[in-house]
Design a protein around this ligand. Structure first.
Ligand code: URA
Length: 446
């Protein structure tokens, strides 16, 4: 091996602020996947990237190498009549967009192979929510997954095969080497996994505000711009929206409670809410990027028609039944979804107007109730969570609570009630509620 081809020489180049070419990046990623790079070398590489950054060309090469490190889903043989498209979010609280958007976009002609994740930190996970539906399997065999994507247009599942194994190892090393918060590492990690699903187009929802993963609006915009540009340069037309997470997106947070909310929206209730607006805008961008609508107005008109006709609900019902869930979830959600034994209305210490929220703390209250995990692999309680969460700017008093806690016990409910009270600031002033859709960043494949 020539000296420059040694991994330590490539790490040295990055350490010294020099750019790596695509071949060097591919070779390093291959070493991450096959274990020929030691943990020490992976950590040193991550720190060199963290400290010196990467050019966009390097980030594209890293994304493509991570994407290609395992199976890349291939839909060509299925002769699909529409584009293969998907949405991904940086994670939020009360963010059940995926549950509604997948079937809604399928009803408009898209094919959505949505490979989702579990809750992370204070954020909820789509797979955990779907597992609140009795019988729903997030790990179908490949033939079932492909058949649903073809015939129903949507399947929301966990990882099939080995998608982007290089990311799994790199992420685990980053997690323990203080190198998570690096733009090129975050972008390539998110996109490496998502683009391995064989997408024609992607819409990314980058959250901003107190429940978001990025700390400031400008950091969220920077992430959104990088994701849209890098994904498009890697061949997948991508639009990124920066959306508000300074309060939970829906008025509930948890697992079964969020599935109930999805059913409500799909069956025509809960329209004109923040959840409806964000889901509709993301879906419209996806129809545009996937070539299913000529402009935003046409996309919105198509979406509205398919929601009103019940076509989106029908896709959801077929997906749930196709993955082992009940056939009548839409008609009788309460017969199937678990309900917590204790419900406690949390009133504010004084009447007033909701001024601000620590949305992250509300998400952590759900985790503490048992709706998320404290350690990997832990079982969760699908029934617990928060309902009727008061919105920013809402008036609260003895009759109008801050939220209703759904808990397994009275003691858990009281603990969560304290957390909710601490997370919400009440005052007298009128409140300017942040704009929901703050930025739209569209990028074409060059
Ligand atoms: N989510 C990911 O998948 N990777 C990151 O690096 C950060 C968030």
């Amino acid at each position: 091996m020539e000296a420059q081809a040694l991994p330590q020489e490539r790490i040295r180049a990055k350490r010294d602020g020099r750019a790596l070419d695509a071949a060097a990046i591919q070779s390093l990623v291959a070493g991450i996947s096959d274990g020929t790079l030691s943990d020490a070398q992976v950590g040193a590489l991550a720190m060199a990237i963290f400290l010196n950054g990467m050019s966009e060309a390097e980030t594209v090469a890293l994304t493509e190498a991570i994407r290609d490190s395992g199976e890349v889903l291939d839909w060509a043989g299925l002769d699909l009549p529409g584009p293969v498209i998907d949405k991904h979010s940086t994670g939020g609280v009360g963010d059940l967009v995926s549950l509604v958007l997948g079937p809604w976009v399928a009803a408009c002609g898209g094919h959505v192979p949505m490979v989702s994740g579990r809750g992370l930190g204070h954020t909820g996970g789509t797979l955990d929510k779907l597992e609140a539906i009795p019988g729903y399997s997030v790990t179908p065999d490949t033939a079932t997954f492909r058949r649903l994507v073809k015939e129903v247009g949507v399947a929301i599942v966990g990882q099939t095969g080995e998608l982007a194994p290089a990311d799994k190892r790199l992420y685990a090393v980053r997690d323990v080497t203080a190198t998570v918060e690096s733009l090129p590492l975050i972008v390539s990690s998110i996109l490496g996994k998502k683009l391995a699903c064989g997408l024609d187009a992607l819409v990314m929802d980058v959250k901003t505000g107190s429940g978001a993963f990025m700390p400031t609006h400008s950091a969220s915009v920077e992430l959104a711009e990088s994701i849209a540009s890098v994904a498009s340069r890697a061949g997948t037309r991508t639009t990124a929206l920066v959306t508000d997470m300074s309060q939970p997106l829906a008025s509930c947070a948890g697992n079964a409670v969020e599935v109930r909310e999805a059913v409500r929206m799909l069956t025509g209730e809960g329209l004109d809410t923040r959840l409806h607006t964000v889901t509709r805008e993301l879906a419209a961008e996806l129809l545009l990027a996937g070539g299913l609508a000529a402009d935003r107005e046409a996309a919105l008109a198509r979406l509205d028609a398919r929601l009103a006709s019940g076509a989106a609900a029908e896709r959801f019902a077929r997906m749930v039944a196709g993955l082992g869930g009940p056939h009548d979830l839409l008609e009788r959600p309460d017969s199937h979804l678990p309900e917590a034994p204790v419900k406690l209305a949390v009133t504010a210490e004084r009447a007033g107007i909701v001024q601000s929220m620590d949305t992250r703390a509300l998400g952590l209250a759900v985790v503490t109730l048992g709706g998320g995990r404290r350690s990997p692999g832990e079982a969760i309680d699908p029934a617990v969570g928060l309902g009727e969460i008061a919105a920013l700017g809402a008036a609260v008093d003895a009759q109008r609570p801050l939220a209703v806690v759904h808990a397994a016990s009275r003691a858990d409910a009281e603990q969560a009630a304290r957390a909710v009270r601490a997370a919400v600031t009440i005052g007298e002033a009128d409140v300017t509620v942040p704009t929901l859709i703050q930025d739209v960043i569209r990028r074409e494949v060059p």
